[in-house]
Design a binder for this molecule. Structure first.
Ligand SMILES: CC(C)(COP(=O)(O)OP(=O)(O)OC[C@H]1O[C@@H](n2cnc3c(N)ncnc32)[C@H](O)[C@@H]1OP(=O)(O)O)[C@@H](O)C(=O)NCCC(=O)NCCS
Length: 169
């Protein structure tokens, strides 16, 4: 499925709506409704997404109404942060997550390769299994205070990606 780079206010609104749906369905059983509402407001409102794109180096990609992906390249560190990868519940298990992960890897390779990394809630077992299947390995734990009395209790996971033009000398 084609991934479109998110630029317009309409696309940003579509990402925010997908985030609200997928985060509520997936994270309420893991972190509870209060933290989900707080995190959606702080990180996935249309205003927050627009700010991330305009000022914080985020690249958002939309797979029509089926899912979305967010990447944050850091050329100085030769790394790419896979910040968001979400597929709507009824579209899971059909290969879209695999396609989006491959897209992130190709983007990392095109930018010169290096470390492709992410964070995932330690109780998000299905997604941890998905990442391990894609060659990511746990590199540590991360507990992040996000304000409002909430913390994110995550695994950091990473895989090394070769540059698109072959291994570095
Ligand atoms: C994780 C997620 C993005 C995967 O997307 P998907 O479209 O369901 O995954 P795919 O159909 O492309 O499956 C890709 C592979 O991962 C495996 N996989 C996917 N979900 C899995 C699960 N819950 N447990 C174990 N393996 C899983 C599949 O078996 C498949 O293996 P294969 O490559 O050997 O065939 C999606 O399930 C999702 O949005 N989950 C909820 C939100 C979430 O937790 N996102 C990550 C936040 S850190």
């Amino acid at each position: 499925m084609e991934l479109k780079r998110v630029e317009s206010p309409e696309q940003i609104a579509a990402v925010a709506a997908l985030a609200r749906e997928t985060w509520t369905e997936h994270y309420v059983p893991i972190i509870g409704p209060a933290q989900v509402a707080y995190m959606l407001d702080k990180f996935q409102s249309p205003e927050a997404i627009a700010r991330q794109i305009a000022a914080e180096g985020y690249e958002y990609y939309l797979a029509r109404d089926a899912g979305y992906l967010a990447l944050v390249p850091d050329p100085a560190k030769k790394s790419l942060f896979l910040s968001k990868i979400y597929v709507r519940a009824e579209r899971r298990g059909t290969g879209l997550g695999r396609e989006m992960a491959a897209f992130a890897e190709a983007r990392c390779a095109a930018l010169g390769g290096g470390e492709l990394w992410l964070t995932v809630n330690r109780n998000n077992a299905g997604s941890i299994a998905f990442y391990e299947r894609r060659g990511f390995r746990k590199t540590g734990t991360l507990v992040t205070d996000i304000g409002g009395g909430f913390v994110m209790d995550d695994w950091r996971m990473a895989k090394n990606v070769e540059p698109a033009d072959g291994p570095r000398q």
